[in-house]
Design a protein around this ligand. Structure first.
Ligand SMILES: NC(=O)c1ccc[n+]([C@@H]2O[C@H](COP(=O)([O-])OP(=O)(O)OC[C@H]3O[C@@H](n4cnc5c(N)ncnc54)[C@H](O)[C@@H]3O)[C@@H](O)[C@H]2O)c1
Length: 366
């Protein structure tokens, strides 16, 4: 039976990088019989300008019905009104699909060590995944708002809130992920000063009894930030809340050298048939500064396809094939302009990088 994937290129460089992701899927269908059926949908600024709404009810329904969603990026030169964005933007789609676990793998590719802002000896061999809780915490907690005090000055309030269930479900994913990798889990919170941190640590500690094969470490978030820059190789799977995850996954991302390299997955709760709602997207945005120039790096979008194969379809060998093809192309010197370039190397276009990866797929699959 076909695997149904809703394909949303979005705005800016979204359609450019997703064009290369589509070619990889077409290659997989032709050569590996992955039977992935893509259905196109529009979302974002372009859709808002065309219809007055950045996302239609049909798109939300199609995303919920699909086996997975592949998403490019949205946004651009104009701002969609805040209220409409909250109701019809990416956050709304994530909420409608019940996505609570955001996975961001970070790898330092041997061929790209010079692209990192950290020293080669620090980043060489880094291979970690940050698992960020996506649906709760301070970004959603109530009460929130800005009020005017009797003295005429304003006061702003945000509320950090987590239930045991919310911590448990993301921690379970983290233990299972660690089990499928090197068996190391770092749980990051700030239990020395935050009540949510205390509960987070309690829940994760209690769950550890179910996963004795996983080595669990609790790390305070400020210490984690320091350790990440000092010695990132010590980490395998990292689980943390929405706010810390937002900051720390961006910081981790830079180890790999460029935003254009980083894929992500957002997963929800499995239904009765075992299917998990899932959305895969590059970490980067629509990059209006380079949109339309054909120079965006398509690797994050292509690696998002690999994540989809692994997490939604259990096609591990095909996922690894894509990752190896990317690695091989980089090792041979394929570089888009965002990747650090040693004198004289001509940068590839988006199409050129896609072509280099497809050529490696052909070689590896031969
Ligand atoms: N998930 C999303 O759709 C998403 C995420 C972040 C930002 N945005 C939106 O994107 C727009 C631009 O935001 P921003 O500039 O802060 O972030 P951005 O990620 O779009 O760009 C940041 C910088 O990185 C570069 N860059 C990003 N992706 C690249 C790629 N694949 N190849 C080469 N260079 C790349 C850009 O040229 C830019 O200089 C805004 O409208 C923002 O709201 C959307």
């Amino acid at each position: 039976m076909a695997r149904n994937v809703l394909f949303i290129p979005g705005d800016g460089i979204g359609p450019e990088v997703m064009g290369e992701a589509r070619k990889v899927i077409e290659w997989l269908n032709a050569k590996r019989r992955t039977d992935i059926a893509l259905t196109d949908a529009a979302m974002g600024l372009g859709e808002w300008k065309r219809t007055g709404s950045p996302m239609s009810d049909e798109t939300i329904a199609a995303a919920k019905a699909a086996d997975a969603v592949l998403f490019g990026a949205v946004g651009g030169d104009e701002e969609i009104p805040r209220k409409l964005r909250r109701e019809r933007g990416l956050l709304a789609l994530r909420r409608a699909m019940g996505l609570y676990a955001n996975l961001r793998p970070v790898r330092a590719y041997e061929g790209l060590l010079d692209a990192s802002s950290l020293k080669e000896r620090v980043v060489r061999g880094v291979d970690m995944v940050v698992l960020r809780e996506l649906s709760s915490g301070v970004y959603f907690g109530e009460p929130r708002g800005i009020e005017t005090l009797p003295n005429g000055k304003r006061r702003a309030v945000d509320t950090q809130s987590y239930t045991e269930e919310e911590i448990e479900r993301v921690a379970r994913d983290a233990f299972l992920l660690a089990r499928s990798r090197r068996g190391l889990l770092a749980s990051v919170e700030k239990s020395n000063v935050m009540e949510t941190g205390r509960l987070w640590r309690d829940v994760v500690t209690a769950m550890h009894a179910e996963y004795p094969d996983v080595t669990l470490r609790h790390v305070l978030s400020d210490n984690f930030a320091m350790q990440l820059i000092r010695e990132p190789r010590q980490f395998d799977v990292v689980v943390t809340d929405n706010l810390f995850g937002d900051l720390l996954s961006d910081a981790s991302a830079m180890i790999a050298g460029s935003l254009g390299m980083l894929p992500s997955a957002s997963l929800g709760t499995a239904d009765a048939s075992g299917r998990r709602p899932a959305l895969y997207e590059p970490v980067h945005g629509s990059a209006p500064d380079i949109a339309g120039k054909g120079i965006a790096n398509p690797i994050a979008a292509i690696l998002s396809v690999a994540m989809m194969l692994r997490h939604s379809f259990g096609l591990t060998a095909d996922a690894e094939l894509i990752e190896k093809a990317v690695e091989a192309a980089l090792a041979e010197g394929a570089r888009t302009a965002d990747l650090y370039m040693q004198g004289g190397i001509q940068p590839l276009t988006t199409l050129g990088m896609g072509k280099a990866i497809l050529a490696k797929l052909d070689t590896l699959a031969a």
